[in-house]
Design a protein around this ligand. Structure first.
Ligand code: GTP
Ligand code: MG
Length: 195
């Protein structure tokens, strides 16, 4: 994908604030600190476009970024950084679950999982929610640069087993530091835009 323009458009707190021009959207979801905003910056080759932080809970609204004036990337707040585990809808709010299950222009959700840790109960809930709403979902294993090479295949296998994925389901190893996975992710986005 040739990126001509990539710009922040708006923050939304619910469906009423989302863009109304019906351009296709791609959303990035996952637990807090998993690397959603970093991935978006890496894909768009714009450091600092989406705000990132070492501290979980940085992104607090649905943030829309317009790409080439043609489609949107949507950076979502993360879930699960409170100490006491809660159900996804309680911690994350109905704002995001409603967006993910009822947003018409949404083409695909990239569901990010930290490659160093097993998926959380909230990850399982999100996957089930997206499956039930029949939203196309792509799994992305983040922070892959932090794994030793001997840990890499086992990490992907562990995610696949834990989430009981079909053999043909894609899990893309990704690193915002090295750029691993950028091309594979764009291939999927481009496929959606053409399809
Ligand atoms: P919230 O907005 O709080 O939900 O977090 P987020 O998922 O947007 O995470 P963010 O992109 O802000 O990254 C969290 C931290 O992880 C930052 O300190 C990033 O620099 C770091 N990080 C993100 N991606 C990678 C990666 O691929 N490799 C490494 N080594 N660090 C990463
Ligand atoms: Mg963020």
């Amino acid at each position: 994908m040739k990126i001509v323009t990539a710009e922040f458009v708006k923050s939304a707190l619910g469906p009423q604030d989302c863009p109304r021009d019906r351009r296709p959207e791609f959303a990035f979801a996952g637990r807090s600190n998993v690397g959603k905003s970093s991935l978006l910056n890496r894909l768009l080759r714009r450091k600092g476009l989406a705000k990132t932080s070492k501290t979980p809970g940085k992104t607090r609204t649905l943030n829309f970024f317009s790409v080439n004036g043609r489609f949107y990337f949507v950076d979502l707040p993360g879930y699960g950084y409170a100490r006491v585990p809660k159900r996804l809808k309680d911690t994350w709010g109905s704002m995001i679950t409603t967006y993910l299950t009822a947003r018409e222009p949404l083409q695909m959700v990239a569901h990010l999982i930290d490659s160093r840790h097993p998926p959380t109960p909230n990850d399982h809930e999100l996957l089930a929610l997206l499956e039930e709403a029949r939203v196309p979902t792509l799994l992305v294993a983040t922070k892959f640069d932090k794994l030793k090479s001997s840990q890499r295949k086992p990490a992907i296998d562990a995610i696949r087993a834990d989430l009981e994925l079909d053999d043909d389901a894609l899990v893309i190893p990704f690193s915002s530091v090295t750029g691993q996975g950028v091309k594979e992710l764009w291939d999927v986005v481009e496929g959606c835009l053409q399809g």
